[in-house]
Design a protein around this ligand. Structure first.
Ligand code: C2E
Ligand code: MG
Ligand code: MG
Length: 264
């Protein structure tokens, strides 16, 4: 118990330092349309730890949320993504690529979240229509009216919203109807067993149908095989993300990928 607490305290101190020392960086994972063209990327944070090497977000995002470090961390991620969008805007072959950014519940609920995003868009010159914020259902457990109000303010400026890991949380379908969403992301957990577990296949199919009925885009995450992609396509899902296309990679590798596959 004591050593677990000690390790967490140490990790928190290291993460705080890591933020100040610019040890965080982003990987970009391609999002690909049915025709093979690229629609954009999801930005995924990593930590270049001086001793442990690259640390995955699974090991530090929860801690960052508990300690409040998610606020400066999340701001840095958003800023980096907006700067990237602004850079792509000058390149015709990349100017249409979008970037999806994960936003944690604590970050979204912070009182100045909307102002922060608007200021970042303003300062960087990024096109709000190419920024997509990925929210999770955990955000909806409290203050749904506040969530809707904030989303609406950002949406009015063009910012898009995606509901990540859809189907794994407790979202009520009546909330889903009220949220100004653009996209549902079928959780990797359903996609990974889609060929072998009829229940997961049925859930994926249901998410696609729900998205279509609500007029939302649908993206499947964690697509690893052509057979999975083909089944999803038959179910009506035409945008994919997963190792079949590319793992999350550095910005240089992402741009090289974009040059090879072309824009959707
Ligand atoms: P997520 O947003 O659901 O991101 C998708 C995760 O699935 C990523 O893990 C990605 O590397 C992984 N993935 C993508 N395709 C495949 C595949 O085909 N097979 C398998 N096995 N995995 C695949 P990653 O990068 O480790 O991120 C984990 C989670 O950490 C993310 O899940 C997200 O919830 C969180 N996260 C990452 N970056 C940020 C961030 O900047 N802010 C916040 N708040 N959370 C973040
Ligand atoms: Mg995500
Ligand atoms: Mg996800």
């Amino acid at each position: 118990m004591q050593s677990v607490v000690g390790a967490r305290v140490a990790l928190e101190a290291e993460l705080r330092q890591g933020l100040m020392r610019s040890e965080l960086f982003l990987h970009y994972q391609p999002q690909v349309a049915g025709d093979g063209g690229l629609t954009g990327a999801e930005a995924l944070v990593r930590w270049r730890h001086p001793v442990r090497g690259t640390v995955s977000p699974a090991e530090f995002i929860a801690l960052a949320e508990e300690t409040g470090l998610i606020l400066p961390l999340g701001h840095w991620v958003l800023q980096t993504a907006c700067v990237q969008l602004a850079q792509w805007a000058d390149r015709p072959e990349r100017a249409h690529l979008s970037i999806a950014v994960n936003v944690s519940a604590r970050q979204f609920h912070s009182p100045d979240f909307v102002d922060q995003v608007l200021a970042l868009l303003d300062h960087t010159g990024a096109n709000p229509k190419l920024l997509k914020l990925e929210l999770t259902e955990s955000l909806l457990v409290s203050n749904v009216d506040d969530v809707i109000a904030k989303m609406s303010l950002l949406k009015a400026k063009g910012v898009g919203f995606s509901l990540d890991d859809f189907g794994t949380g407790y979202s009520s379908l009546s909330y889903l109807k009220r949220l100004p969403l653009d996209q549902l992301k079928i959780d990797r957990g359903f996609v990974s067993n889609i060929l072998t577990d009829p229940n997961d296949a049925a859930i994926a199919k249901m998410v696609v149908a729900l998205a279509q009925t609500l007029g939302l885009e649908v993206v499947a995450e964690g697509v690893e095989s052509e057979a999975q992609r083909d089944l999803l396509a038959r179910q009506g899902c035409h945008v994919y993300q997963g190792y079949l296309f590319s793992p999350p990679v550095t910005i240089e590798a992402f741009e090289a990928f974009a040059d090879v596959v072309g824009v959707a």
